[in-house]
Design a protein around this ligand. Structure first.
Ligand code: JHZ
Length: 409
């Protein structure tokens, strides 16, 4: 592989029955924030298009970018988003209550980032994080979370098993979408999981993606956009069982899946599969309909922003999430519209957004410099952010939110 390659077969079922349903053209990497020094260097761009597999229903990217380029130096830190940390703490508490029976039990987290989730249970049981992002793994290690800086694989699973024993719980949140060879990685989890153990993972639900129009969740890091149908196909083929699921309100809506070696599927699983059929998630045309919605939202948002600019309004961005870079690049929203973007992640402050090159700064700036409008790129935390920033709204600043519909509040 040079820096990327084209995927011709489905990641789950290996079928060639894949059809393109959305094409976003060529894009830079969504988490590749630029330093001032690198602004003169031409950025790498990669094709970003979405295929639908009519055999197992997996929605997936057509091209794969080298994982080292994507993840080795990772700008995303879980702890920068308070609502996400609280979400993970509540899952950790649930794990401790329902699954941890002795301090000797092992909980392994794939994609453990800065260790936020494991930090909550590290005093109750043995914990081990795995993350290829050297910079974020370093934060976890500093905070006392034993972490392996690597990609998870079946080989690594065998090594952990021989050194530490099998895991009572394997957790993997917002990471199963990042994997190209999904069968190999899920097999690794099967290898590591103890006979009565639970594999608990969260993935952004493709039903939310198409229903709410949050197309910006599409970027090179996200290779798979899962429905429960596609996940069931995958786990069935590995002789694992989806025992239960929950739809959780994070990143729009995510599926929290509880899987194991055996047992039955709950009523929620059966009912959810039925809901997906009714929504058309197993049909190609549903995704074509979604791509039309993206275009109409684009027009509404860009027209609004330019209208405000013509009126001389000052607009800034709030939050520099990876997804924001898909939206900014595809909608061609640059520094001519947004003066700057604030973000709570220390590693993003002082950088520029990939492709559009808008300066990213600390939210502290808002103490001295008030815009007329704030475009909320981190729309998934809208409720928490509107509450946190009610002082700004009292001073007359308005928020523009683009998902699920363009609105000003
Ligand atoms: P957030 C991440 O995507 C990356 P992103 C990853 N690839 C993935 O799979 C998805 O999550 C699911 C900032 N912020 O969580 C912090 C504020 O500035 O929506 C973050 O930079 N102020 C693993 O990057 C960004 O917004 C605030 O008050 O799209 C949010 O990023 C809050 C709450 C956040 O994920």
């Amino acid at each position: 592989m040079e820096n990327f390659y084209q995927k011709l077969n489905c990641r789950i079922c290996d079928s060639k029955n894949m059809e393109k349903v959305l094409d976003l053209g060529s894009m830079p990497l969504a988490n590749d924030f630029l330093s001032k020094k690198s602004l003169h260097v031409p950025e790498m761009v990669f094709p970003l298009a979405i295929n639908f597999c009519s055999n197992c229903s997996l929605v997936q990217t057509s091209h794969v970018v080298d994982g080292d380029l994507l993840f080795k130096n990772y700008h995303y830190e879980t702890s920068a988003s308070r609502p996400l940390v609280e979400h993970f703490y509540s899952l950790a508490d649930e794990i401790a209550k329902d699954y941890i029976q002795s301090p000797d039990n092992l909980v392994v987290e794939i994609g453990s980032n800065d260790g936020s989730l494991l930090s909550r249970i590290k005093d109750r049981c043995r914990v081990l994080g795995i993350d290829p992002g050297g910079n974020v793994a370093e934060i976890a290690i500093k905070n006392g979370i034993s972490t392996i800086t690597d990609f998870f694989s079946t080989t690594l699973a065998k090594k952990i098993k021989s050194e530490k024993g099998m895991a009572k719980v394997v957790v993997a949140n917002n990471v199963m979408a990042h994997i190209d060879d999904v069968r190999y990685v899920f097999s690794g989890v099967k290898e590591l999981l103890s006979p009565g153990g639970r594999f608990i993972f969260e993935v952004h639900w493709v039903g939310n993606l198409i229903d709410e129009g949050g197309f910006d969740q599409i970027y090179h890091e996200h290779l798979c956009y899962y429905s429960l149908h596609s996940l069931k196909f995958l786990l069935d083929s590995l002789r694992m069982v989806i025992n239960d699921i929950k739809l959780v309100p994070i990143h729009g809506e995510s599926l929290r899946v509880f899987a194991g070696h055996s047992g039955k599927s709950s009523r929620s699983v059966i009912e959810f599969l039925d809901r997906e059929v009714k929504m058309g998630l197993t049909k190609r045309d549903t995704y074509i309909g979604f791509s039309k919605k993206v275009e109409s939202n684009k027009k509404k948002l860009v027209d609004l922003l330019w209208e405000l600019k013509k009126e001389g309004k000052k607009i800034i961005g709030y939050g520099a999430p990876a997804k924001g870079n898909t939206l900014l690049n595809y909608f061609k929203i640059g520094p001519d519209i947004l003066d700057f973007i604030t973000d709570t992640t220390p590693a993003k402050q002082g950088t520029y957004t990939p492709g559009t090159r808008i300066p990213v700064v600390s939210p502290e700036i808002l103490k001295n410099e008030l815009p007329d409008y704030i475009f909320l790129l981190s729309w998934n935390y809208a409720d928490a952010i509107l509450e946190k920033e009610k002082g700004l709204r009292e001073k007359g600043v308005k928020f523009i939110i683009a998902v699920p519909e363009v609105r000003v509040v």
